[in-house]
Design a protein around this ligand. Sequence first.
Ligand code: FES
Length: 234
Amino acid sequence: MKGIIMSNYVNLTINGAKIKTPKGTSVLDAALEYGICIPHLCHMEDLTPLGACRLCIVEVIENGKSRVTASCTLEAKEGMTVLAHTEKILKARKVIAEMLVAEAPNSRATQDIAVRCGVTKVRFPFRNKSCILCGKCVRVCTEVWRSKSLGFVGRGKDRHVALPFYERPDFCKRCWSCIEICPMKITPCDGPMEIGKEYLCGGCESQLSMAFESPDTCVQCRLGEGFGCIRAKP
Ligand code: FES
């Protein structure tokens, strides 16, 4: 239509920063691209967002009201105002991180995330799960390798990742990307924990204090992939 110029970009504000991003970009990707770290675990650039871990929650301000939502599944819209690090969000994210590390304490990724979100003590019982249902393996297999050798099975507490009929199919390409990408594959620095003797490692705290020596730069993002501010690429 004459006089109307359609733009392929949208403008939004995240933590006060004015950001221009291509239409269709998620709020999380827009933030990361700009250099604003929003912790995330199940998100991987260019793959379908799953919204499973909830670590990437943010506050969206609309008509004077705020709502809390995952930023990886939220599309950036023109004029949107997003706050990623408010007190409300930091508190909620800390609880999410605490629950995550209680579910699967034997992963350096969950340990790292918990410490970096300020968890010093885990109040929930340790469950020692070997999978946190982040779905990275399923999406890499399906969307990158077009193999569909892995999928989610069951619902609720029975939901898990499995091979078709629990056997490796002939069409599995044996790329092992599913293992490569799994946040559970790296055990805490001291190695696997004994059942009943799980603890919060805290080793990352030294990295964290190093990181905050330069508060103007996003150095903490480079210190631990487990915190999720490094872009995870398939
Ligand atoms: S829910 Fe957004 S990164 Fe996991």
